[in-house]
Each structure stands twice: as C-alpha cells, then as structure tokens.
Design a protein around this ligand. Structure first.
Ligand code: NAD
Ligand code: UGA
Length: 459
C-alpha cells in the first residue's frame, strides 16, 4: 500500500524551502506543513509581514496558508514536528566547500549531514526523507548511512526531488513547473510524493528516475543553462570587435527550434548562488572519477564568466583611468547590485566582481538597487569607497562613468534627457544588461557601451 503523506516538514527556510513549502501548503490545504530553520531571525521574519526574501507573489501565497496549514518554527520546536512527519524535505544550503578535501569546488554537505542527524534523532516510525537541496550525485548514500544510526523500528525511504525554480519567478515556476523530478529506489514513496504535486501539476510533467539520475540531472540542468550564458557572452566579445550585434545574432540562432530563444541574453556575466557552485560541483565530481577532459570542458564555462565580468569592469575603467590605470578621484554609479531583477539576493552577483575590480583601482562607487539592503552591499564589497544611493539620481550625480548591472525594469525607463546634466561631461553608460533606452541615451548626448554591440560595422 502507498504510504500516505499528511504531515510534511521542511528543514531550511531559505529561498527554496520557504517559497516551495508555501506553494505546497497553498495548493494542498489538507496537508500540514512545517518549515523549520536554525536561524531564529529568519523564522521570525517568515512569521512577520516583512518576509526575509523578496519574491513577486510570495507574500500573497504565504498570507493565504500561514496560520492555516503552514507554520514556520525554530529548531527546538521543530523536533516534535519531525517526529510526527510522514515526509521531511531537506532544503538547506549546499555551498562550495571553503576548506578540506575539494575546497573551492566540492559542495559542502555539512548542513545536509546535520539535517540527517537531526532526522535520525527525532524521527519515529517510517519517514520519507526528500533531498530538495542540490546535491552531488550519490549524496543520498551519505544521508542513508547517517539515517542508519536511528533507533530500532525507525525506517526511511530517500527520494531526490531537486528544485528548478529561478529567483524572481519562483512562485510562477512552482505553480507552473516545466517538470517536477522525483528520483527514488522504490515506487511507493515516489508515488506518495507525486500524489502531492499532482494536485496542481499535470501528470506528464512529473518525471520519475533513479536516485542518481535525479541528483545528477539537477547539476546538469544548471550547467547547461550557465553554458548558454557563457556561450552567448563569448560571442558578445566577438560581436564587439566585428561590428555584429549580439541581440541580432542571438535572435537568429535562437529561431532554430532545436536551439530555442531562451537564455541567450548576453550580459555582464551570470551570478546567483547556484550556477557557479553547481558547475564547480560537476567539475569536482568529474575530476574525482578521473574524467579530466569532462572537468576541463565545464571549467571553461566558469572561466569565461569570470573573464566577462573583468572585461566589463576594464572597459568601463579604460576611458576614465589615468595613464597608470588608477581610478582615484573617479566616481562610478553602479545601477543594480542584485544578481538579477526581482530579487534581493546578492549571492555571487556579478556586481561583486565588477565593484571589487573598480575599487581595487581606487574608484569611488555610488551603488543603487531597488531591493538590496545597504547591509547586503556592505557585506560583499565593504564600505570603503562605497556609498549606497537611495535613488538612481543620487547614484548618478557627479558620476564619471555608469555601470548598469541588474536589469531592473525601472532602469530601462530612466529619463536620460533629464539625468544627463547630472553626470560629469563625457561620462559613458556601460550597459551590462542591454536594457537602457539607447535612443534616449544618445539623444541626451551621452556615450553608451552595450554588451556585444561594436562601434565598428564591418561587412
Ligand atoms: P538558503 O541559504 O537561502 O537557505 C538555506 C537555509 O537552511 C538557511 O536559512 C539556513 O539557516 C538553513 N539551515 C542550514 N542548516 C540547517 C540545519 N541543520 N537545520 C535547520 N536549518 C538549517 O539556501 P537556498 O537558496 O534556499 O538553497 C537551498 C538549496 O536549494 C541549495 O542546495 C541550492 O543549491 C538549492 N537551490 C536553490 C535555488 C535558488 O534559487 N536559490 C533554486 C534551486 C535549488
Ligand atoms: C537558476 C536556474 O534558472 C534554475 O532553474 C535553478 O533552479 C536555480 O538556478 C538554482 O538551482 O539555483 P537563478 O540562478 O535563480 O536560477 O536565475 P536565472 O534566471 O537562471 O539567472 C542566473 C544568472 O544568469 C543571472 O545572473 C542572470 O542575469 C543570468 N542570465 C540568465 C544571463 O546573463 N543571460 C540569460 O540569458 C539568462
């Protein structure tokens, strides 16, 4: 008989755990959903009107379910919920390791392992343990070995149910996913989890695979997405020197139905907490199986991204630096700090590399973002030489150069005719997202440098 799932716990109330559980609770009012986190401040925020993450549509979903069948609790209160749970999702962070074997590449599973120990200690009866975090392939083996320490009569099934949501569109991605992936070893727990998603996801979009395929598929999906961005970014450099236009090239290439139009927007570089981390994890796994060429292939996607960020910063610096390359006394407006629009997340945002490179040459930065807090900016690039501006206008006042680093829709509508007089004479706008209104900028007499758009036109 299928094990029925009525009570769910999710360990980890972050960008994935919070929104995912909110949507499950919203779509399945009969399920009892508890999200627990050891970060008490984060839990307090989930229980307040100021949610800890910004995500369009999230507040409405949370307000419908919270207090009905969705609750956010701390670690201590969470233990009893784990004991009563039919299924426990592990949705904690799996960052790149900073020390020990695999440092700089392998995913750090210490938080996952600590969840497994917590579950082993508190679970009762039979529990389905679900990997929601992105894991290296065969991570379930490590979880299983920890769960084996649970007391007599306590049993587990392990499933891999990786999450494919993107930040900024998380609620839409969760409500209308391209696919839900469930990897497992036995059909019963797979069916039990599939039954939950079936409430709002069409059956043909629920894919089931073996455990190792599910774990690996998640890493590969992110690697392929990142690869597309690095591919188009490599071509952006070629466009700039040949006079081709990367948007025209992307439109033509993407019109081939075998390639498709999405994820071909040239940019200052990809950011976010996962692309680089998951690529590095894939590289480390390949290396650890002796697949050097495979590792080198994917390493190039990371390297190209790094190069693109540095290339952008150096292009910005070139016209305003002294003969020795110094930017001392130069003020640069940074429009956008989040790694993409509609999120307040700054993890691995390209703005970090660009800003650090400019600061290292002595520049003063005036940073504006619509959702990122001054504390988040300070934690990534410090406060020395950095001013946080409350409005785009405040950032632009007296700037020698401008970098647009996040594609916030409002930046596309800036009134350059009005703003031009605030900038220093000769200031150039470097559009790292190709969103500013080029006609308006040029009409205002300002210089514009876009990604993948050369000045020369070679035919
Ligand atoms: P996050 O850092 O926002 O959240 C993780 C949370 O887990 C934190 O609040 C942390 O306090 C908590 N935590 C860590 N150890 C804990 C423990 N032992 N007990 C209780 N709580 C604990 O991370 P995230 O962005 O939500 O990512 C989580 C996982 O999902 C990662 O593996 C990531 O690769 C994957 N993922 C992320 C996204 C995304 O868009 N952010 C999308 C798909 C998959
Ligand atoms: C990405 C994937 O899209 C999700 O499917 C996955 O679940 C998630 O990673 C994860 O595992 O964390 P996310 O990083 O939130 O989601 O956002 P994306 O929309 O993928 O953008 C990633 C970065 O690539 C951003 O900096 C974005 O600006 C950049 N990008 C994206 C481009 O530069 N060009 C593009 O055409 C697309």
């Amino acid at each position: 008989m299928k094990p029925l799932v009525n009570k769910i716990v999710c360990i980890g109330a972050g960008y994935v755990g919070g929104p995912t559980m909110a949507v499950i609770a919203d779509r399945c009012p009969d399920l009892d959903v508890t999200v627990l986190d050891l970060n008490e401040a984060r839990i307090a925020a989930w229980n307040s009107e100021e949610l800890p993450i910004y995500e369009p549509g999230l507040a409405a979903v949370v307000s419908r379910a919270r207090g009905r069948n969705l609750r956010f609790v701390g670690q201590i209160e969470g233990a009893a919920h784990v004991a009563a749970a039919d299924a426990v999702f592990i949705s904690v962070n799996t960052p790149t390791k900073t020390d020990g074997e695999g440092a700089g590449k392998a995913s750090d599973l210490r938080y996952v392992e600590s969840c497994a120990r917590f579950i082993a200690t508190h679970a009762k009866g039979h529990t389905i343990v679900i990997e929601k975090s992105t894991m290296p392939v065969r991570a379930a083996d490590r979880i299983k070995s920890i769960l084996a320490s649970a007391g007599p009569g306590v049993t587990f099934d392990i499933l891999s149910n990786p999450e494919f949501l993107a930040e900024g569109t998380a609620i839409r991605d969760l409500e209308q996913p391209d696919r839900v992936l469930i990897g497992g070893e036995r059909p019963e727990p797979i069916a039990a989890l599939a039954e939950i998603y079936r409430r709002w996801v069409p059956a043909e979009r629920i894919l089931s695979t073996g455990l190792w395929s599910a774990e690996l598929s998640k890493l590969v999906a992110n690697a392929f997405l990142a690869q597309r961005v690095s591919s188009i970014n490599s071509i952006s450099a070629l466009c700039e020197v040949t006079g081709a236009d990367v948007e025209e090239v992307a439109a033509v290439v993407g019109a081939d139905s075998r390639i498709g139009p999405k994820f071909l927007r040239a940019s200052v570089g990809f950011g976010g907490s996962c692309f680089q981390k998951d690529l590095l994890s894939l590289i480390y796994i390949s290396e650890s199986y002796g697949l050097t060429e495979v590792a080198a292939y994917w390493q190039q996607v990371v390297d190209l991204n790094q190069w693109q960020k540095h290339r952008f910063a150096d292009q910005l610096a070139a016209p305003i630096a002294t003969a020795e390359g110094s930017l001392r006394g130069r003020r640069i407006a940074i429009l956008g700090f989040a790694f993409k629009k509609d999120t307040n997340d700054v993890r691995e945002t390209p703005a970090i590399d660009v800003c650090r490179r400019l600061l290292a040459r002595g520049a003063t930065l005036a940073v504006h973002d619509y959702k990122v807090t001054p504390d988040s900016i300070a934690s990534e690039i410090g406060t020395q030489g950095v001013e946080v501006a409350a409005t785009p206008e405040a950032a632009l006042a007296g700037a020698d150069g401008v970098a647009v680093l996040t594609e916030w829709s409002a930046y596309a509508k800036l009134d350059w005719a009005r703003l031009a007089g605030m900038l220093k004479a000769g200031a150039v706008i470097h559009d790292g997202r190709n969103i500013v209104d080029a006609t308006a900028v040029r009409r205002a007499g300002l210089g514009l440098r876009s990604i993948g758009k050369g000045e020369r036109h070679v035919r």
